[in-house]
Design a protein around this ligand. Structure first.
Ligand SMILES: [Zn+2]
Ligand SMILES: [Zn+2]
Length: 308
């Protein structure tokens, strides 16, 4: 069954009190956007743009490979040190700690696109699925029972409890880098504030909204290879932006697979990087979809041809 274009959009119902935008609680998230807007007044240089893209890709990878494929789905194994590296880098994206993220994400998979889904665009509208659920009070905490396997690592609990330390450390590092470059290579035309603006604020806002496309657009627009019980879709441009997370219908069909692009033509940069890390011995036991899932995909294609 192949469907294209956005469907299932219904009017978001009345919001409960704890589902309304909590302005005070959203100050860190909103100030990141203010910082990004102000960064546009710090001027721009190639060094700043390169820093912005580097911190964006690095954190996108930490979110997709770390927060999503490793912590939420355990789709590969790694040692405790690299697990910490993934958790800390992921936390620099200012999307809370790995336990919070994994707990909410596991809940999403359990109830995807039902009235118990925390961010279904079909039931609550695109705004809610993209940021509404993050701006309200309801999901500030998380259900520890869903992440029992991760709770036993005190360093992960620490990163979550003090989840502003990681992004703050990146902000300081970016400012220091800019100030150092200004003194060392003034011809680059950068400075501390500009580097802070581009390498931290703009890059963080990009990471936010590109990550959130998976919850909003990848449940609304794209193709459905598998008849999953939810509205997940394979969306190639979301996959390109998110380093492979756009193959979301594949992912909902077999969430424990490390690769989300199931075929060579489904570009999944996170998968290529994890493969490279496995050759270096940093990660191992990368789980793939079983043969029967590929058979199911082939059967779906045949049915489609017959129906045509
Ligand atoms: Zn989903
Ligand atoms: Zn998932």
């Amino acid at each position: 069954m192949i469907e294209t274009a956005a469907t299932h959009q219904v009017e978001a119902g009345a919001l409960a009190d704890d589902e309304k935008v909590d302005l005070l609680g959203s100050v860190p998230f909103l100030s990141m956007h203010v910082g990004a807007a102000l960064a546009l007044f710090t001027g721009v240089s190639w060094a700043a743009v390169i820093a912005c893209l580097t911190t964006f890709w690095l954190r996108m990878f930490a979110i997709t490979a770390g927060y999503h494929r490793y912590f939420s789905h355990r789709s590969f194994k790694t040692g405790r040190v690299f697990q910490f590296v993934l958790a800390y880098l992921g936390a620099t994206a200012a999307q809370n700690g790995p336990l919070w993220w994994a707990s909410h994400h596991r809940l999403h998979h359990r109830h995807a696109d039902t009235d118990r889904d925390i961010h279904s665009p079909g039931l609550r509208g695109m705004w809610w699925s993209h940021v509404g659920w993050i701006l309200c009070r309801k999901y500030v905490g998380y259900d520890e029972r869903l992440v029992r396997d991760l709770l036993r690592f005190p360093e992960l609990r620490f990163i979550g409890r003090y989840h502003m330390i990681a992004p703050a450390s990146l902000a300081v590092a970016m400012f220091a880098l800019g100030a150092w470059l200004e003194g060392r290579w003034p011809a680059l035309g950068t400075d501390g504030l500009q580097m802070l603006g581009w390498g931290f604020f703009i890059s963080t806002v990009l990471t936010y909204h590109i990550t959130f496309l998976v919850n909003s657009v990848a449940h609304m627009a794209g193709r459905r290879r598998f008849r999953t019980d939810d509205h997940s879709r394979n969306n190639w441009w979301v996959a390109l932006l998110t380093l492979g997370e756009g193959w979301h219908n594949n992912h909902h069909r077999w969430p424990t697979s490390e690769r989300q692009g199931f075929y060579w033509w489904e570009i999944d940069v996170t998968h290529y990087l994890l493969k490279a890390l496995s050759w270096m011995g940093l990660v191992w036991d990368l789980r793939a979809p079983p043969e029967r899932i590929y058979q199911e995909a082939r059967r779906g294609r045949t049915e489609m041809k017959e129906a045509a």
